[in-house]
Design a protein around this ligand. Structure first.
Ligand SMILES: Nc1nc2c(c(=O)[nH]1)N[C@H]1C(S)=C(S)[C@@H](COP(=O)(O)OP(=O)(O)OC[C@H]3O[C@@H](n4cnc5c(N)ncnc54)[C@H](O)[C@@H]3O)O[C@H]1N2
Ligand code: MOO
Length: 389
Protein backbone atom coordinates (compact mmCIF):
# COMPACT_ATOMS: atom_id res chain seq x y z
CA UNK A 1 0.00 0.00 0.00
CA UNK A 2 1.31 3.47 -0.83
CA UNK A 3 1.65 6.25 1.75
CA UNK A 4 -0.72 9.20 2.21
CA UNK A 5 1.97 11.51 0.81
CA UNK A 6 2.46 9.36 -2.30
CA UNK A 7 -1.30 9.10 -2.82
CA UNK A 8 -1.67 12.88 -2.57
CA UNK A 9 1.17 13.40 -5.06
CA UNK A 10 -0.55 11.02 -7.49
CA UNK A 11 -3.92 12.75 -7.04
CA UNK A 12 -2.33 16.12 -7.73
CA UNK A 13 -0.57 14.72 -10.79
CA UNK A 14 -4.01 13.99 -12.29
CA UNK A 15 -5.11 17.64 -12.31
CA UNK A 16 -3.83 21.01 -13.55
CA UNK A 17 -4.92 24.65 -13.15
CA UNK A 18 -7.99 25.36 -15.29
CA UNK A 19 -8.00 28.13 -17.92
CA UNK A 20 -8.78 31.69 -16.77
CA UNK A 21 -12.00 33.56 -17.48
CA UNK A 22 -13.03 37.19 -17.01
CA UNK A 23 -15.00 37.68 -13.79
CA UNK A 24 -16.73 40.98 -12.88
CA UNK A 25 -15.62 42.31 -9.51
CA UNK A 26 -19.10 41.91 -8.00
CA UNK A 27 -18.87 38.15 -8.60
CA UNK A 28 -15.20 37.70 -7.78
CA UNK A 29 -15.33 36.99 -4.01
CA UNK A 30 -13.59 33.69 -3.30
CA UNK A 31 -12.30 33.34 -6.88
CA UNK A 32 -8.66 32.66 -7.65
CA UNK A 33 -7.23 35.70 -9.46
CA UNK A 34 -4.43 34.28 -11.62
CA UNK A 35 -2.86 37.38 -13.20
CA UNK A 36 -1.54 40.34 -11.16
CA UNK A 37 -3.91 43.31 -11.08
CA UNK A 38 -2.12 46.59 -11.82
CA UNK A 39 -3.37 49.98 -10.57
CA UNK A 40 -3.89 52.51 -13.33
CA UNK A 41 -4.05 55.52 -10.99
CA UNK A 42 -2.73 56.91 -7.72
CA UNK A 43 -4.94 56.74 -4.63
CA UNK A 44 -5.72 59.33 -3.55
CA UNK A 45 -5.15 61.01 -6.91
CA UNK A 46 -4.69 64.44 -5.19
CA UNK A 47 -3.66 65.70 -1.76
CA UNK A 48 -6.87 65.28 0.25
CA UNK A 49 -8.16 66.45 3.59
CA UNK A 50 -8.40 63.69 6.22
CA UNK A 51 -10.79 65.73 8.43
CA UNK A 52 -13.63 68.25 8.45
CA UNK A 53 -12.21 71.71 9.20
CA UNK A 54 -10.41 74.63 7.55
CA UNK A 55 -7.50 74.56 5.10
CA UNK A 56 -4.96 77.28 5.84
CA UNK A 57 -1.46 78.21 4.69
CA UNK A 58 1.73 78.68 6.70
CA UNK A 59 2.25 77.38 10.22
CA UNK A 60 -0.58 78.88 12.27
CA UNK A 61 -0.66 79.28 16.06
CA UNK A 62 -3.43 79.68 18.71
CA UNK A 63 -5.42 82.94 18.48
CA UNK A 64 -4.50 83.44 14.78
CA UNK A 65 -7.46 84.70 12.77
CA UNK A 66 -8.39 83.80 9.15
CA UNK A 67 -10.93 85.02 6.63
CA UNK A 68 -12.99 82.14 5.16
CA UNK A 69 -12.93 82.66 1.37
CA UNK A 70 -14.66 79.52 0.05
CA UNK A 71 -15.45 75.86 0.44
CA UNK A 72 -14.03 72.50 -0.73
CA UNK A 73 -16.06 69.28 -0.49
CA UNK A 74 -15.49 65.68 -1.58
CA UNK A 75 -15.97 65.77 -5.36
CA UNK A 76 -15.95 69.61 -5.36
CA UNK A 77 -12.50 71.23 -5.39
CA UNK A 78 -12.06 74.89 -4.38
CA UNK A 79 -11.05 76.72 -7.53
CA UNK A 80 -8.59 79.22 -6.09
CA UNK A 81 -5.53 79.69 -3.90
CA UNK A 82 -5.36 80.06 -0.11
CA UNK A 83 -3.13 83.00 0.81
CA UNK A 84 -1.79 84.22 4.17
CA UNK A 85 -4.60 85.03 6.59
CA UNK A 86 -7.13 83.09 4.46
CA UNK A 87 -8.93 79.81 5.12
CA UNK A 88 -11.13 77.47 3.04
CA UNK A 89 -13.89 75.50 4.73
CA UNK A 90 -13.01 71.89 3.87
CA UNK A 91 -14.56 68.44 4.34
CA UNK A 92 -13.07 64.95 4.61
CA UNK A 93 -11.95 63.64 1.21
CA UNK A 94 -11.94 67.07 -0.51
CA UNK A 95 -8.91 68.08 -2.60
CA UNK A 96 -6.60 70.38 -0.67
CA UNK A 97 -6.74 73.89 -2.20
CA UNK A 98 -3.58 75.35 -3.76
CA UNK A 99 -1.47 77.19 -1.19
CA UNK A 100 -2.82 75.26 1.81
CA UNK A 101 -0.31 73.53 4.07
CA UNK A 102 -2.56 72.28 6.83
CA UNK A 103 -6.12 71.46 7.82
CA UNK A 104 -7.25 72.72 11.22
CA UNK A 105 -10.04 70.46 12.53
CA UNK A 106 -13.23 72.34 13.27
CA UNK A 107 -13.09 71.37 16.96
CA UNK A 108 -9.97 73.59 17.25
CA UNK A 109 -11.70 76.64 15.75
CA UNK A 110 -14.18 79.30 16.88
CA UNK A 111 -16.22 80.52 13.93
CA UNK A 112 -17.58 84.05 13.92
CA UNK A 113 -19.32 84.94 10.66
CA UNK A 114 -16.77 84.64 7.84
CA UNK A 115 -13.83 84.51 10.29
CA UNK A 116 -12.25 81.75 12.32
CA UNK A 117 -10.06 82.08 15.40
CA UNK A 118 -7.80 79.16 16.35
CA UNK A 119 -8.29 77.77 19.85
CA UNK A 120 -5.55 77.20 22.38
CA UNK A 121 -4.04 73.70 22.42
CA UNK A 122 -4.83 73.00 18.75
CA UNK A 123 -3.18 69.84 17.50
CA UNK A 124 -0.12 69.99 15.27
CA UNK A 125 -1.07 67.29 12.67
CA UNK A 126 -1.49 68.46 9.05
CA UNK A 127 -4.54 66.20 8.46
CA UNK A 128 -3.50 65.90 4.81
CA UNK A 129 -3.40 62.62 2.87
CA UNK A 130 -0.64 62.96 0.26
CA UNK A 131 -1.34 61.77 -3.31
CA UNK A 132 -0.54 58.05 -3.78
CA UNK A 133 -0.52 57.48 -0.01
CA UNK A 134 -2.52 54.23 -0.42
CA UNK A 135 -1.10 53.03 -3.77
CA UNK A 136 0.43 54.41 -6.94
CA UNK A 137 -0.23 53.73 -10.63
CA UNK A 138 1.75 50.61 -11.48
CA UNK A 139 1.45 49.04 -8.01
CA UNK A 140 0.06 45.51 -8.29
CA UNK A 141 -1.91 42.96 -6.31
CA UNK A 142 -0.38 39.50 -6.69
CA UNK A 143 -2.42 36.41 -7.73
CA UNK A 144 -4.46 35.05 -4.82
CA UNK A 145 -7.84 33.80 -3.69
CA UNK A 146 -9.81 37.02 -3.47
CA UNK A 147 -11.09 38.02 -0.04
CA UNK A 148 -13.67 40.79 0.48
CA UNK A 149 -10.87 43.22 1.43
CA UNK A 150 -9.05 42.50 -1.84
CA UNK A 151 -12.20 43.39 -3.81
CA UNK A 152 -12.30 46.89 -2.30
CA UNK A 153 -8.64 47.42 -3.19
CA UNK A 154 -9.21 46.22 -6.78
CA UNK A 155 -12.22 48.52 -7.11
CA UNK A 156 -10.18 51.48 -5.82
CA UNK A 157 -7.56 50.59 -8.44
CA UNK A 158 -10.34 51.06 -11.05
CA UNK A 159 -10.23 47.40 -12.10
CA UNK A 160 -13.81 46.36 -12.98
CA UNK A 161 -13.06 42.67 -13.72
CA UNK A 162 -10.29 40.16 -13.00
CA UNK A 163 -8.85 37.09 -14.68
CA UNK A 164 -9.76 34.13 -12.46
CA UNK A 165 -9.46 30.38 -12.92
CA UNK A 166 -12.64 28.74 -14.10
CA UNK A 167 -14.41 26.94 -11.23
CA UNK A 168 -13.76 23.20 -11.40
CA UNK A 169 -16.98 21.24 -11.85
CA UNK A 170 -16.98 18.23 -9.53
CA UNK A 171 -19.51 15.46 -10.18
CA UNK A 172 -20.42 13.55 -7.00
CA UNK A 173 -21.91 10.08 -7.42
CA UNK A 174 -23.07 7.99 -4.45
CA UNK A 175 -23.27 4.27 -5.20
CA UNK A 176 -25.23 1.53 -3.43
CA UNK A 177 -28.54 -0.34 -3.47
CA UNK A 178 -28.99 0.54 0.19
CA UNK A 179 -29.12 4.31 -0.31
CA UNK A 180 -32.08 6.70 -0.53
CA UNK A 181 -32.04 10.48 -0.46
CA UNK A 182 -32.92 12.43 2.72
CA UNK A 183 -36.69 12.91 2.92
CA UNK A 184 -37.46 9.66 1.10
CA UNK A 185 -38.86 6.64 2.92
CA UNK A 186 -36.14 4.02 3.25
CA UNK A 187 -36.97 0.32 2.97
CA UNK A 188 -36.18 -1.91 5.96
CA UNK A 189 -32.70 -2.67 4.62
CA UNK A 190 -31.90 0.85 3.46
CA UNK A 191 -30.13 3.91 4.91
CA UNK A 192 -29.93 7.57 3.92
CA UNK A 193 -27.19 8.80 1.57
CA UNK A 194 -25.28 11.33 3.65
CA UNK A 195 -21.72 11.64 2.42
CA UNK A 196 -22.43 13.59 -0.75
CA UNK A 197 -23.85 16.53 1.18
CA UNK A 198 -20.66 17.09 3.18
CA UNK A 199 -18.52 16.66 0.06
CA UNK A 200 -20.65 19.09 -1.96
CA UNK A 201 -20.35 21.70 0.79
CA UNK A 202 -16.59 21.15 1.08
CA UNK A 203 -16.07 21.60 -2.66
CA UNK A 204 -18.22 24.73 -2.78
CA UNK A 205 -16.57 26.31 0.27
CA UNK A 206 -13.24 25.83 -1.49
CA UNK A 207 -14.48 27.66 -4.61
CA UNK A 208 -15.51 24.72 -6.83
CA UNK A 209 -18.90 23.86 -8.33
CA UNK A 210 -20.34 20.55 -7.14
CA UNK A 211 -23.05 18.54 -8.90
CA UNK A 212 -24.76 15.89 -6.81
CA UNK A 213 -25.80 13.28 -9.42
CA UNK A 214 -28.46 10.59 -8.87
CA UNK A 215 -27.51 7.59 -6.73
CA UNK A 216 -26.08 4.73 -8.83
CA UNK A 217 -27.37 1.29 -7.92
CA UNK A 218 -24.92 -1.60 -7.55
CA UNK A 219 -24.91 -2.81 -11.16
CA UNK A 220 -22.56 -1.89 -13.95
CA UNK A 221 -25.24 -0.69 -16.36
CA UNK A 222 -26.64 1.81 -13.89
CA UNK A 223 -23.20 2.96 -12.76
CA UNK A 224 -22.30 3.64 -16.41
CA UNK A 225 -25.57 5.52 -16.94
CA UNK A 226 -24.95 7.81 -13.96
CA UNK A 227 -21.30 8.25 -14.93
CA UNK A 228 -22.46 9.42 -18.36
CA UNK A 229 -24.35 12.23 -16.57
CA UNK A 230 -20.98 13.47 -15.31
CA UNK A 231 -20.06 14.55 -18.83
CA UNK A 232 -18.34 17.94 -18.82
CA UNK A 233 -17.10 17.58 -15.23
CA UNK A 234 -13.47 18.36 -14.47
CA UNK A 235 -13.37 15.73 -11.73
CA UNK A 236 -15.57 12.69 -11.12
CA UNK A 237 -15.94 11.58 -7.51
CA UNK A 238 -17.63 8.30 -6.65
CA UNK A 239 -18.65 7.41 -3.11
CA UNK A 240 -18.65 3.75 -1.99
CA UNK A 241 -18.13 0.55 -3.91
CA UNK A 242 -14.37 1.03 -3.62
CA UNK A 243 -13.51 -2.01 -1.52
CA UNK A 244 -13.20 -5.73 -2.24
CA UNK A 245 -16.84 -6.90 -1.90
CA UNK A 246 -18.70 -8.61 -4.75
CA UNK A 247 -20.84 -5.49 -5.23
CA UNK A 248 -17.93 -3.04 -5.15
CA UNK A 249 -17.95 -2.19 -8.84
CA UNK A 250 -16.29 1.20 -9.11
CA UNK A 251 -12.73 -0.07 -9.54
CA UNK A 252 -13.80 -2.39 -12.37
CA UNK A 253 -15.77 0.12 -14.41
CA UNK A 254 -14.96 0.26 -18.13
CA UNK A 255 -12.68 3.12 -19.14
CA UNK A 256 -10.98 3.50 -15.73
CA UNK A 257 -7.21 3.81 -15.82
CA UNK A 258 -5.94 3.38 -12.23
CA UNK A 259 -3.29 5.63 -10.72
CA UNK A 260 -3.55 3.82 -7.38
CA UNK A 261 -5.96 1.76 -5.30
CA UNK A 262 -5.52 1.41 -1.53
CA UNK A 263 -3.21 3.36 0.73
CA UNK A 264 -1.84 3.10 4.26
CA UNK A 265 -4.55 5.32 5.77
CA UNK A 266 -7.18 4.93 8.44
CA UNK A 267 -9.91 5.81 7.66
CA UNK A 268 -9.82 5.55 3.88
CA UNK A 269 -7.82 2.44 3.00
CA UNK A 270 -9.73 1.55 -0.21
CA UNK A 271 -9.40 5.02 -1.80
CA UNK A 272 -8.66 4.92 -5.52
CA UNK A 273 -7.74 7.53 -8.12
CA UNK A 274 -7.14 7.56 -11.84
CA UNK A 275 -8.70 8.70 -15.09
CA UNK A 276 -12.09 7.69 -16.37
CA UNK A 277 -12.10 8.07 -20.14
CA UNK A 278 -9.48 10.76 -19.63
CA UNK A 279 -11.27 12.67 -16.84
CA UNK A 280 -9.59 12.77 -13.38
CA UNK A 281 -11.47 10.45 -11.04
CA UNK A 282 -11.39 9.91 -7.29
CA UNK A 283 -13.10 6.83 -5.84
CA UNK A 284 -13.89 7.53 -2.18
CA UNK A 285 -14.68 4.76 0.30
CA UNK A 286 -18.33 4.52 1.33
CA UNK A 287 -18.00 4.67 5.10
CA UNK A 288 -19.12 8.23 5.89
CA UNK A 289 -16.11 9.31 7.94
CA UNK A 290 -13.71 7.67 5.44
CA UNK A 291 -15.35 9.52 2.55
CA UNK A 292 -15.29 12.90 4.30
CA UNK A 293 -11.76 12.54 5.70
CA UNK A 294 -10.54 11.58 2.19
CA UNK A 295 -12.47 14.61 0.95
CA UNK A 296 -10.32 16.82 3.17
CA UNK A 297 -7.07 14.99 2.41
CA UNK A 298 -7.35 14.42 -1.36
CA UNK A 299 -10.47 15.95 -2.96
CA UNK A 300 -9.92 19.48 -1.64
CA UNK A 301 -6.23 19.58 -2.66
CA UNK A 302 -7.28 18.51 -6.19
CA UNK A 303 -9.90 21.28 -6.29
CA UNK A 304 -7.35 23.81 -5.02
CA UNK A 305 -4.80 22.69 -7.64
CA UNK A 306 -7.38 23.16 -10.43
CA UNK A 307 -8.08 26.64 -9.05
CA UNK A 308 -4.38 27.48 -9.31
CA UNK A 309 -3.46 27.34 -5.61
CA UNK A 310 0.34 26.95 -5.60
CA UNK A 311 0.23 25.14 -2.20
CA UNK A 312 -2.78 22.84 -2.43
CA UNK A 313 -1.70 20.23 0.15
CA UNK A 314 -3.28 20.31 3.63
CA UNK A 315 -1.05 22.20 6.07
CA UNK A 316 -0.75 20.41 9.44
CA UNK A 317 -0.56 22.49 12.61
CA UNK A 318 0.84 21.60 16.03
CA UNK A 319 -1.12 20.74 19.17
CA UNK A 320 -0.28 19.55 22.67
CA UNK A 321 -1.64 16.08 23.38
CA UNK A 322 -3.75 15.98 26.56
CA UNK A 323 -3.91 12.16 26.89
CA UNK A 324 -1.51 9.21 26.47
CA UNK A 325 -1.80 7.27 23.19
CA UNK A 326 -0.61 3.77 22.32
CA UNK A 327 1.72 3.01 19.38
CA UNK A 328 0.13 3.27 15.95
CA UNK A 329 -0.08 0.43 13.42
CA UNK A 330 0.88 0.16 9.74
CA UNK A 331 -1.66 2.75 8.49
CA UNK A 332 -1.42 6.51 9.20
CA UNK A 333 -4.33 7.22 11.53
CA UNK A 334 -6.22 10.51 11.13
CA UNK A 335 -8.08 10.44 14.44
CA UNK A 336 -11.18 12.51 15.01
CA UNK A 337 -10.20 14.85 17.84
CA UNK A 338 -11.25 17.86 19.85
CA UNK A 339 -9.16 20.98 20.35
CA UNK A 340 -9.00 22.98 23.59
CA UNK A 341 -7.72 26.57 23.23
CA UNK A 342 -4.65 27.41 25.31
CA UNK A 343 -2.19 30.31 25.66
CA UNK A 344 0.37 28.36 23.61
CA UNK A 345 -0.37 25.33 21.44
CA UNK A 346 -4.00 24.15 21.65
CA UNK A 347 -4.63 21.01 23.63
CA UNK A 348 -5.82 18.06 21.52
CA UNK A 349 -7.47 14.78 22.49
CA UNK A 350 -8.85 12.09 20.17
CA UNK A 351 -12.32 10.67 20.77
CA UNK A 352 -12.41 7.19 22.29
CA UNK A 353 -14.57 5.87 19.44
CA UNK A 354 -12.89 6.05 16.02
CA UNK A 355 -15.17 3.79 13.91
CA UNK A 356 -15.39 5.23 10.39
CA UNK A 357 -19.20 4.92 10.39
CA UNK A 358 -19.66 7.48 13.21
CA UNK A 359 -20.92 10.76 11.78
CA UNK A 360 -22.02 11.84 15.26
CA UNK A 361 -18.38 11.79 16.42
CA UNK A 362 -17.16 13.56 13.27
CA UNK A 363 -19.76 16.22 13.98
CA UNK A 364 -18.20 16.92 17.38
CA UNK A 365 -14.64 16.89 16.06
CA UNK A 366 -12.79 20.04 15.07
CA UNK A 367 -9.48 18.38 14.16
CA UNK A 368 -7.86 15.28 12.73
CA UNK A 369 -4.98 14.21 14.97
CA UNK A 370 -2.31 12.70 12.71
CA UNK A 371 -0.63 9.51 13.91
CA UNK A 372 2.06 8.52 11.38
CA UNK A 373 2.64 4.92 10.28
CA UNK A 374 4.18 2.84 13.14
CA UNK A 375 4.40 5.91 15.42
CA UNK A 376 5.63 4.96 18.93
CA UNK A 377 3.37 5.56 21.96
CA UNK A 378 3.05 9.22 22.94
CA UNK A 379 2.37 10.88 26.26
CA UNK A 380 0.16 13.71 27.40
CA UNK A 381 2.17 16.91 26.82
CA UNK A 382 3.80 15.71 23.59
CA UNK A 383 3.57 17.93 20.52
CA UNK A 384 1.54 16.27 17.75
CA UNK A 385 0.46 17.32 14.23
CA UNK A 386 -3.20 17.89 13.38
CA UNK A 387 -5.39 19.26 10.61
CA UNK A 388 -8.24 21.60 11.52
CA UNK A 389 -11.67 20.53 10.30
N1 LIG B 1 -12.92 -7.72 3.48
C1 LIG B 1 -12.72 -6.41 3.53
N2 LIG B 1 -13.78 -5.64 3.74
C2 LIG B 1 -13.62 -4.31 3.81
C3 LIG B 1 -12.34 -3.74 3.68
C4 LIG B 1 -11.25 -4.59 3.44
O1 LIG B 1 -10.10 -4.15 3.31
N3 LIG B 1 -11.50 -5.92 3.35
N4 LIG B 1 -12.20 -2.39 3.83
C5 LIG B 1 -13.17 -1.76 4.70
C6 LIG B 1 -12.99 -0.33 4.66
S1 LIG B 1 -11.61 0.26 5.39
C7 LIG B 1 -13.92 0.51 4.15
S2 LIG B 1 -13.73 2.20 4.30
C8 LIG B 1 -15.12 0.02 3.49
C9 LIG B 1 -15.31 0.80 2.21
O2 LIG B 1 -16.02 0.08 1.35
P1 LIG B 1 -16.66 0.67 0.04
O3 LIG B 1 -15.95 1.85 -0.45
O4 LIG B 1 -16.81 -0.46 -0.89
O5 LIG B 1 -18.05 1.20 0.54
P2 LIG B 1 -19.45 0.47 0.59
O6 LIG B 1 -19.25 -0.97 0.89
O7 LIG B 1 -20.22 0.85 -0.60
O8 LIG B 1 -20.05 1.20 1.86
C10 LIG B 1 -19.46 1.12 3.11
C11 LIG B 1 -20.46 1.63 4.14
O9 LIG B 1 -20.76 2.96 3.88
C12 LIG B 1 -22.13 3.15 3.63
N5 LIG B 1 -22.29 4.15 2.57
C13 LIG B 1 -21.88 4.02 1.30
N6 LIG B 1 -22.17 5.16 0.61
C14 LIG B 1 -22.78 5.97 1.47
C15 LIG B 1 -23.32 7.28 1.35
N7 LIG B 1 -23.29 7.97 0.19
N8 LIG B 1 -23.87 7.85 2.44
C16 LIG B 1 -23.91 7.16 3.62
N9 LIG B 1 -23.41 5.93 3.78
C17 LIG B 1 -22.86 5.34 2.73
C18 LIG B 1 -22.62 1.79 3.19
O10 LIG B 1 -23.99 1.63 3.41
C19 LIG B 1 -21.77 0.89 4.06
O11 LIG B 1 -22.34 0.79 5.34
O12 LIG B 1 -15.02 -1.34 3.23
C20 LIG B 1 -14.60 -2.12 4.36
N10 LIG B 1 -14.71 -3.49 4.02
O1 MOO C 1 -10.29 2.51 6.79
MO1 MOO C 1 -12.01 2.32 6.25
O2 MOO C 1 -11.62 3.62 5.49
O3 MOO C 1 -13.05 3.33 6.98
O4 MOO C 1 -12.59 1.91 7.82
Amino acid sequence: MISVEEALARCLALVAPLPPETVPLAEAAGRWMCVPAVATRDQPPFAASAMDGYAVSGNPAPDDTFLVIGEAGAGHAFDGTVGPGQAVRIFTGAPLPRGASRVIIQEDVVREGDRIILRKGLDSATHIRPPGQDFRAGDSLSPRRLRPNDLALLAAMNIPAVQARRKPVVALIATGDELVMPGETPGPDQIIASNGFALKALVEAEGGEARLLPIARDNEAELLTVLSLAEGADLIVTIGGASVGDHDLVGKVAGLEHSFWKLALRPGKPLMAGRLNGVPMLGLPGNPVSAIVCGHLFLLPMVRAMLGDPSPAPQPRKGRLTVDLPANGPRAHYMRARLAPDDGLPGIAPFDRQDSALLSILGQADALLIRPVDAPPCRAGDTVPYLPL
